[in-house]
Structures are given as C-alpha cells and as structure tokens.
Design a protein around this ligand. Structure first.
Ligand SMILES: [Zn+2]
Length: 261
C-alpha cells in the first residue's frame, strides 16, 4: 500500500489501535505519524517446517504483505524430503522445492531453505544457532512461525527454534504464531489477531495447490477452507487468517501494513 489517508487512519479501531495509542514499538508508533508519511517497507519472515506450511497457514496474509510492497520471505526448515511415498529423500526434495518456488512466486515471497530434514527436525545447540544466525543476517521487522502445540513434531521444533532466536535477539521484532490444520495439527489455538484475506483467498488456494505432490485436494477443503471461513465468521468478514501474538511482542497494525482489515 502507499500513503494512508486521514479517513483510513481514523478508521483504525480495536486492539491494534489501542496498541498504537500505547505506542508499543516502532510499528504502533508509525500510526501516530502524519497521515501523509509513506509506510515503511518492512521485511517479514514466515517460518514453516515444510513446503506448504507458510502457504496454507498464512498465504493470504503473505500476499497482502507483498502486494503492499513489503518484502516477504518464506523460510522452510526442510524441503519436505519425507513427504512423497515411493520417492527417495533427494527426489522428494527436488520435487517439493520446485513446488515451493512456484507457490512463492504466486505469493510474492522469496523462498529460503534452512537445511533440516523432514520428519527429523532437530532441536539442539547447533540448530538454535542456525536460526539465530539467519535472523541476525536477515534482520526481519516481523516474524511468524508455527504455534508450538501441534501434533507434528517438526512444527513444534520450528516453533521453538524461532521463539528461542526471538528471545536471544531481545524480543525486538513483533512475533506472531499462525495455525495449520487446526484440530488435526495445531491444537488449543485461540487467536488474538486476524487478517481479512478475502481479496487474496484465490491466490492462497493456487499457491497451496502448487504442492501437487501433497494430494492437496484431499485435505484443502476440510483443513484450510473451513478454518478460514470460521476465522472469517469470528472476525466479521468472509475469509480470515488468525494469529496469536506473543504477549511480550510489540504490536503490529496489520491493517496499516496491508490495507486490509
Ligand atoms: Zn508441515
């Protein structure tokens, strides 16, 4: 998005606007600037354990961010090596990397692969350091990762590694959790924030369906579409993605970043 009109500025409401009044962090502070100030281009990193996690969890938001001119990185812990039956890890990694590149193209994101192995994601000193180093290099303005209570081990590992790096970096950048396949994977996910993805839901679908090796049509309706409809009902729009903000994270005014409620 470009400049923000006075009407848009005044229309901010709800918890995000309250955060801005409280002046929590650089993002909230920006809302109190002159309405003619252009919005700063931010760097956003969405971590996922596997190709398809960022896309299905918050692909709608990723495209809203990139369309608004922000830099979006889709950071995959693995290349989905274990995810295609009958294929070797190397073959599956090749196929799923290509699918992730295709999905990222649709969402306007830059893919990064962080060298772990699907089904065997590790949490140890070296892996903590890898994510810390990656974040130190990239210096993101906003972070998303898996919610840690999840039936998939790799998702739990991804969540904890990113959380640890965020702590070590002084909790300076806003930090939010997203959900995947709530019920079967994410559990006990009670959102604190939402983004209206009604204008990007088609591209989110297309990006998710780039992962053809994952038999997407077998689960997309039940595990993704129903959830985004329900989150939309909660938030008061057609389709939404939902997030949990870490209580010690600076606030982000998503509507100001994306132009979407
Ligand atoms: Zn996954």
């Amino acid at each position: 998005m470009g400049k923000m009109s006075r009407r848009e500025l005044l229309s901010l409401s709800g918890p995000a606007a309250i955060g801005s009044v409280m002046g929590a962090g650089v993002f909230a502070g920006a809302a109190t600037k002159d309405a003619t100030d252009p919005v700063k281009r931010l760097k956003i990193i969405v971590f996922g354990a596997h190709p398809d996690d960022p896309e299905t969890g918050c692909g709608g938001a990723m495209l809203l961010f990139s369309r608004a001119g922000h830099e979006v990185i889709s950071a995959y812990l693995t290349r989905g090596e274990a995810g295609i039956e009958g294929k070797s890890f190397a073959e599956a990694a090749n196929i799923r990397t290509r699918e992730a590149l295709e999905a990222c193209k649709i969402l306007g994101a830059r893919p990064e692969f962080l060298g772990q192995i699907d089904g065997n994601c590790e949490i140890n000193q070296k892996r903590y350091q890898d994510i810390y180093n990656f974040l130190q290099k990239e210096k993101p303005d906003l972070l998303f990762t898996h919610w840690p209570i999840d039936s998939h081990r790799d998702h739990r590992v991804c969540s904890l590694l990113v959380y640890d790096a965020w702590l070590r970096l002084g909790r300076q950048c806003p930090f939010y959790y997203y959900e995947v396949m709530t019920g079967s994977q994410s559990q006990n996910f009670y959102p604190t924030h939402y983004i209206d993805i009604t204008t990007t839901v088609t591209e989110k679908h297309d990006a998710s369906f780039s992962h053809v090796s994952q038999d997407v049509q077998a689960w997309y309706e039940t595990d993704v579409e129903r959830v985004q409809v329900f989150r939309g009902m909660e938030y008061g729009c057609k389709y939404a993605e939902a997030f949990i903000k870490h209580a010690q994270s600076p606030e982000v005014i998503f509507s100001k970043m994306t132009g979407s409620r």
